[in-house]
Design a protein around this ligand. Structure first.
Ligand code: AMP
Ligand code: MN
Ligand code: MN
Length: 337
């Protein structure tokens, strides 16, 4: 029986592979300011689609460029600039992207593609696109991509393994999440040629010596509010636009330092990503559910890690955050009681 068109709606890995195999060309996107899961899943998927004989390229919407260290996941040069993407892709794939806004300047492509497959694991997925391979229980988008690569019948090689490993390691917080399945996949990827030592050293990149002073300034400005988040506490710090501009690849790592001091509470790094526009990166234990907090503020993410962009002034951004964190702590506290 000849395969018919894949009907819109939820698809499994086999359905996604069928849609991709039937495409005349595929454009794979990941979310703006990509992390290793967005980059790794997009590059791995496009690599496998090409090997299955279908033309494929990858891009990420602006305004920001792809962080330089992530380029090592794309040895084949599949990533093209946003102004070089096909104007009317046959099949558009959106990786690790929970809402159209997360495609940045490339969001208008959604109206021009014949079909749009979303491969994602965010609890805050908004339901856009024609076909969905979405599992909020997956620890990383790369685990879903791994299944599609297998369904395409493409064997793992070192390029695929590195891209998948990078996303898996990062989104599981170095295998703190994801359980035995994530570790089994990691072993498979290492067998296929991913070298964790080399890979992780390259992904963290090298920083200029000046970053140490900038980080010290950010952390010296951190504040702790023990009564916030329903008494669980909030640790926050801000990063000004000049520091974001100068240390774009390094700044996101600062939230880890805040988190280490937040105990059972919440850490938030609030960075001015463009003049008057603030990005908040939150980390916590999962209670309160930060993806719900972020979604109500216009962003999204996971229970333990979420983000949102909002216009300033920064005092308003912080006030809105305090309000939603307290409300969610109250809600989740009641649910637990
Ligand atoms: P980050 O703090 O930027 O590392 O993001 C933590 C998690 O939240 C990641 O899974 C992001 O994809 C997600 N996230 C961050 N910002 C947003 C946003 N504006 N909308 C939806 N998800 C977001
Ligand atoms: Mn991501
Ligand atoms: Mn992810």
């Amino acid at each position: 029986m000849a395969p018919g068109p894949v009907p819109p709606g939820p698809v499994d890995a086999a359905g996604a592979a069928e849609l991709l195999r039937g495409a005349s060309g595929v454009l794979v996107l990941g979310h703006v300011r990509p992390d290793a899961d967005a980059m790794g899943s997009a590059v791995a998927l496009a690599t496998a689609v090409r090997r299955a004989g279908v033309p494929a390229v990858v891009s990420f919407g602006g305004p920001d460029p792809v962080p330089a260290p992530l380029r090592m996941l794309d040895p084949g040069g599949l990533v093209v600039e946003p102004d070089e993407v096909p104007a009317r892709p046959d099949v558009l794939v959106c990786c690790d992207t929970s809402s159209p806004g997360r495609l940045g300047t490339l969001a208008p492509l959604l109206d021009r593609a014949r079909a749009t497959l979303v491969v994602d694991h965010h609890a805050s997925f908004t339901g856009f696109g024609t076909h969905h391979l979405v599992d909020p229980h997956a620890p990383a988008t790369v685990t879903l991509v791994r299944a599609v690569v297998a369904a395409l019948g493409v064997p793992l090689d070192a390029t695929l393994a590195r891209a998948l490993f990078a996303g898996l390691y990062t989104d599981t917080g170095g295998f703190r999440l994801g359980g035995a399945d994530a570790l089994r996949l990691a072993a498979e990827l290492v067998d296929a040629g991913a070298e964790p030592g080399t890979l992780l050293r390259g992904l963290s990149g090298t920083s200029s010596f000046a970053w140490l002073a900038a980080l010290a300034t950010i952390l010296a400005g951190a504040r702790r509010e023990p009564d916030a988040v329903g008494g669980l506490g909030l640790v926050w710090a801000t990063v000004d636009a000049a520091t974001v501009e100068r240390f774009r690849s390094e700044v996101p790592s600062a939230v880890g330092h805040l988190r280490a001091t937040a105990g059972d509470g919440v850490a938030a790094l609030v960075s001015e990503i463009s003049p008057g526009e603030w990005s908040t990166s939150m980390r916590g234990t999962g209670v309160p559910d930060l993806s719900a907090v972020a979604a109500r503020l216009g962003g999204g993410g996971h229970p333990g890690a979420a983000g949102v962009e909002r216009p300033g002034p920064v005092e308003d951004v912080l006030d809105a955050l305090r309000g939603e964190l307290a409300a969610q702590a109250d809600l989740d506290g009641r649910a637990l009681a």
